[in-house]
Design a protein around this ligand. Structure first.
Ligand code: HEC
Ligand code: HEC
Length: 239
């Protein structure tokens, strides 16, 4: 309960700063203004491993920007964030996205997954080879060879908590819940996976240590960029 009251307070102060971005009463740096965000999106050593709150520091700027617009415009649903973002302009969100993308991050330690050798093998096949019969490209073809993401709008898959990963796949696979733009490449892929595959991969991913860098945009094959064009162009999302 104490934690909840804390969050509510933070939200109120965030609302004030979001409504008056030009106010300079205390301090007008972006760092000050995004403090309320950090209550929920903070370093891994401060949050429970299974916490639902995702890391945002160090993710690709274009991806963060798309998600902020998704929450504000009702394509992705989490009410506390929708309230915080309600009055923000695209330009201000771009600034916030650039700020968080530039921040370093202390990643959580890997958690060894409880998977059988057969399950592990099938996840590794999906990750690095895909399944041509179902028209599933390898996850690594879009998320980067090291699964650390590709500029500007494809996030990495490492260092994310199990509960968060499971919730994202729930959103993409369940027609009733939105998780961003549809149709898009990621929701199409998530719908082609079996529930067993999803259960295994959301356990397997947090087992990998975070290493490597976000890849440059040229790491994405033109065919895959074309599949994800709604997200990569951001055009559907213009207001
Ligand atoms: C009350 C807690 C809370 C606060 C405060 C909060 N967030 Fe979030 N945020 C969340 C949760 C929970 C999710 C995941 C929701 C989901 O996936 O449905 C999320 C998701 C996100 C995402 C998407 C991350 C991803 O990898 O897809 C971004 C970006 C984000 N928040 C930015 C912000 C910013 C910027 C602020 C401050 C203006 C903020 N958040 C304030 C809880 C919060
Ligand atoms: C054709 C390209 C493509 C392929 C293949 C692909 N993804 Fe994605 N993925 C994306 C894009 C683009 C996004 C960003 C979605 C958005 O902005 O709404 C994304 C987002 C994600 C996220 C959200 C991460 C976060 O921080 O919230 C996860 C998890 C994910 N993908 C897992 C996977 C897994 C696992 C596979 C393999 C089974 C896979 N993806 C294959 C393009 C792809």
């Amino acid at each position: 309960m104490k934690f909840f009251a804390f969050i509510l307070l933070a939200m109120i102060s965030a609302l004030v700063s979001a409504a008056e971005p030009a106010s300079s009463a205390i301090s007008d740096t972006l760092e000050e203004r995004v403090k309320p965000c950090i209550i929920c999106h903070r370093d891994a050593d401060l949050i429970d491993r299974d916490a639902y709150f995702p890391r945002i520091a160090g993710k690709p700027a274009g991806y963060l920007y798309n998600q902020l617009r998704n929450f504000r415009d009702g394509r992705r649903y989490y009410q506390p964030m929708a309230i915080l973002l309600e009055n923000m302009s695209d330009e201000y969100m771009r600034e916030i996205a650039d700020y968080f993308a530039s921040l370093p991050y202390v990643y959580p330690q890997p958690v060894v997954p409880a998977l059988s050798p057969a399950e592990t093998k099938s996840v590794e096949t999906l990750m690095y080879s895909g399944d041509p019969e179902r028209d599933l490209p390898a996850c690594s073809a879009c998320h980067g060879e090291k699964l650390m993401g590709v500029q500007p709008a494809i996030p990495g898959l490492l260092g994310l908590p199990h509960a968060y990963l499971a919730a994202q796949f729930g959103g993409w696979r369940n027609g009733g819940i939105m998780r961003g733009q549809t149709p898009d490449c990621m929701s199409e892929i998530a719908k082609k996976l079996t529930q067993e595959e999803v259960n295994a991969l959301v356990q397997w991913l947090p087992g990998l240590p975070v290493s490597g860098q976000l890849a440059g945009a040229d790491a994405l094959a033109p065919e895959l960029a074309q599949r994800c064009r709604t997200i990569l162009s951001g055009k559907e999302m213009a207001r």
